[in-house]
Design a protein around this ligand. Structure first.
Ligand code: GTP
Length: 393
């Protein structure tokens, strides 16, 4: 069956890799909608309660009854504001929106029933209230259809039963409910359109973010994105006193691949390198294309032994199996420099140490891993220290 992508439910439109981020985004939207709705409800409901005498001077006996039906709305609005501004109690906005939606529906339909006295000014006044409420409640259903059942269908079913018990027939109710139902449908259509717009805007934003942080050829993070991650990890290491490691890798004699087989084959080798190396890393590790044929791994909470182990796995993933590119078997190897870093260190000198270790690996014959620690960086020794004391694996 043909499907129009524009009509897909938002969650289906969002690629699986972005769904956790989309869920977080929807929660933010729900939080914003909940706060605005809470203020609007608090102000309007209090306003209507305290103008009761002006509007309904002939029914002073209903002041308390009205307050009784307005109280749940006021309480949910207050709870929402309290939760938003103080963080306590911790409530998910999704449930607060539901509570506000249902309490508004119950309030407005109950007010209709207690004021209904055949066609009268008071009945029509309440009908206007129902029109506005139905529309507003539709807007509260940020997540869509699931919320409609709770916010509309359930209160309306209870309302019809209550109306029947009060002796009202369907034909009597219809003239008062017709406009509100139309507004409900308009509200639902509008909130569905808003959801589609939000999902489209979210996808476009994620795509832009991906383009800005991803290397087009290999699909790895680019240098800019890696710098941001490095700063985050470095700050975390400073706070918690943990160690993280860097592994800088450089393909061996890659110029020969380009010169012998052409740039297209060279590109395939770079892509396959990214795939192989990436497949040996944990979810919390990051891998970027640091330069032309250079990669950089960031390994959080990993010391030199762990990092050397990861580097060796990456090295062997290339050395153990030739790559097939453009119909050729290419025996591509990689040299790697490893260093570890604590928060007391600084990022630039850690990168320099990894670079020094890589230089040693090249110098010592390529297709190997060298480790450099803060006290034994290869190129820049402390006075009296041997410049070439990086440790070979
Ligand atoms: N195909 C392809 N080649 C690239 C890309 N970026 C850089 N290169 C090539 O990578 C090669 C790097 O060469 P060199 O810096 O001399 O290093 P090498 O030949 O790998 O030698 P060693 O690093 O000393 O082992 C150059 O030929 C660049 O043109 C790219 O995106 N695609």
């Amino acid at each position: 069956m043909m499907r129009f992508s524009g009509l897909k439910p938002p969650y289906e439109k969002v690629p699986p890799k972005w769904r956790p981020a989309y869920e977080a985004y929807i929660r933010t939207v729900e939080g914003q909608v909940a706060v605005v709705a809470a203020w609007v409800l608090l102000i309007t409901v209090l306003f209507y309660q305290f103008t009761h005498e002006l509007r309904l001077a002939h029914r002073p006996d209903l002041w308390l009854t009205e307050l009784g039906f307005r109280t749940p709305v006021l309480l949910t609005a207050l709870l929402t504001l309290l939760s938003h501004y103080t963080g306590k109690p911790m409530c998910q906005s999704r449930y607060l929106l539901r509570a506000m939606g249902v309490s508004v529906m119950v309030m407005i339909l109950a007010l209709f029933l207690i004021h209904y006295n055949g066609p009268s000014a008071a009945t029509y006044q309440i009908t206007n209230g129902i029109i506005i409420s139905f529309f507003g409640v539709a807007i509260l259903s940020v997540r869509g259809p699931k919320e409609w059942w709770l916010m509309f269908v359930l209160p309306l079913v209870i309302f019809v039963f209550a109306a029947r018990m009060r002796g009202l027939t369907f034909t009597e109710l219809l003239p008062y409910m017709f406009d509100p139902m139309v507004m409900m449908v308009i509200g639902i259509v509008l909130s569905a359109a808003l959801r589609q717009l939000r999902a489209g805007e979210f996808i476009a934003r994620q795509e832009l973010r991906d383009q800005a942080t991803t290397d087009l050829l290999t699909g790895l993070l680019n240098r800019r994105a890696m710098h941001q991650l490095l700063e985050q990890e470095h700050a975390r290491a400073q706070r918690s006193g943990t160690t993280y490691s860097l592994v800088l890798g450089d393909l061996d004699h890659f110029k020969r691949v380009n010169d012998t087989y052409g740039h297209n084959v060279g590109d395939i080798v770079l892509q396959e390198t990214a795939r192989r190396v990436g497949s040996h890393m944990r979810a919390q590790d990051a891998l970027c294309r640091w330069g032309g044929e250079e990669i950089l791994m960031l390994l959080p909470e990993t010391g030199p032994d762990g990092a050397r182990h990861v580097a060796e796995k990456a090295r062997l993933s290339l050395a153990n199996e030739p790559m097939v590119a453009g119909g050729h078997d290419i025996h591509q190897t990689i040299s790697l420099g490893v260093t570890s870093c604590r928060g007391s260190d600084d990022i630039e000198s850690a990168i320099k140490r990894a670079d020094d270790a890589l230089y040693q690996a090249k110098k010592n014959g390529r297709n190997r891993t060298e480790v450099s620690t803060p006290s034994n960086s290869g190129h820049d020794p402390a006075p009296g220290q041997d410049a070439s004391d990086a440790t070979a694996c």
